[in-house]
Design a protein around this ligand. Structure first.
Ligand code: ZN
Length: 353
């Protein structure tokens, strides 16, 4: 015999009702009624839903417990005997799983085996990821060391296939022209410009954006369906890029200019590692004007992306930014509120020629 005890313990109000005990006060997680255990002139029986379990208490009786305890006390049987559970379940009409359920069919058994296998695989993967993360954390400095450069700005600038010697005001246009096709529908706007009818104007084709005088401060890396108003994942039709960044490569969030600069130097090394060691195709590097760099890369194969995600935590890569093509990221020229500095484009490898 086996009963779903967790379920039974969520059903105290139903038990009271099924036992003909009128509930005198009822809220989502609190009920009161006349105590079924003593001659109760005023309702002194109260129960609260605590962490998914209904627990009752009667002050005059000086006792309390779960619905099973109530059934036991009410029927004068031991709280710990099986009849207490069985009796409660019968009042509630809950079947005895061990007895009343029909045997599993072959398909059900296969489905359960597949589910168990998937859960095991997931657990192994999780354990593996934790091991990798721990190993990488301890060696992060060593891993990044070969890619560190004090002249990372000049290095990116020298390496950039597109010559970036214009004013910062031109950067956003170069960036959009270099990475997107003219007919791609892009979201540009302020961080929260999404979800209302008026936000339809935040979704325009790249060529329409390029005709505007002043561009908004942020862009989402994905390509959207036309006619949408919300920057949600379900409105994306393509996610051609992934974006690598880290806010705390120095071990914590930078708080002053020196720390911000050091975090960016480490971000530059991280981006070079992804390009040179992991062989990802680097499209753009943006200095956000704050504490980090954004490395825009071509979205790699699913396997390569999975491998990257498995090391992301160990390398302090912001996992949410990597794959979410609907994130509002800083466009070059965007002014950073903390530092007052403008985001700058340091590298551009156009894919639209
Ligand atoms: Zn009582």
């Amino acid at each position: 015999m086996s009963y779903d005890l967790d379920r039974i313990k969520t059903m105290l109000p139903e038990y009271l009702e099924r036992s003909g005990i009128g509930i005198t006060k009822r809220a989502a997680s609190h009920v009161e009624c006349h105590c079924p255990l003593h001659q109760d002139g005023t309702p002194s029986f109260a129960a609260d839903l605590v962490a998914g379990v209904w627990l009752w208490k009667c002050w005059p009786c000086g006792v309390g417990g779960t619905v099973i305890d109530l059934h036991a006390d009410k029927n004068g049987i031991s709280r710990s005997c099986h009849d207490a559970i069985k009796g409660t379940a019968e009042v509630l009409g809950i079947p005895d799983n061990g007895k009343s359920l029909p045997p599993m069919t072959t398909d059900q058994r296969r489905a359960r085996a597949a589910m168990n296998a998937a859960q095991n695989a997931e657990r192994l993967e999780q354990e593996n990821a934790e091991r990798i993360t721990d190993a990488l954390k301890g060696r992060r400095v060593d891993i990044l060391a070969p890619f560190l450069s004090s002249s990372w700005r000049a290095d990116f600038w020298d390496d950039s296939p597109t010559i970036l010697d214009g004013p910062v005001e031109d950067d956003a246009r170069l960036f959009i022209r270099g990475l997107f096709n003219p007919e791609d529908v892009l979201w540009l706007g302020d961080q929260f410009d999404s979800g209302e009818a008026s936000h339809a104007e935040n979704f325009r084709t790249a060529c329409k954006w390029l005709r505007l005088g002043n561009l908004p401060p942020r862009i989402a890396p994905g390509i959207f369906k036309s006619g949408v108003i919300s920057r949600s994942d379900s409105n994306l039709i393509r996610s051609p890029f992934i974006v690598i960044e880290s806010d705390d490569l120095i071990g914590h969030k930078p708080t002053d200019d020196n720390e911000r600069e050091e975090n960016k130097r480490l971000c530059a090394a991280l981006i070079c590692l992804c390009r040179d060691r992991l062989k990802l195709t680097l499209r753009a590097v943006i200095d956000t004007g704050g504490k980090s760099l954004h490395g825009w890369f071509d979205r790699p194969s699913d396997d390569a992306l999975k491998a990257l995600l498995s090391i992301s935590q160990g390398l302090a890569i912001d996992k949410g930014v990597v794959t979410r093509a609907s994130n509002p990221l800083r466009l070059p020229g965007c002014v950073h509120k903390t530092t007052g500095r403008k985001a700058r484009l340091h590298f551009l490898n156009s894919n639209t020629f």
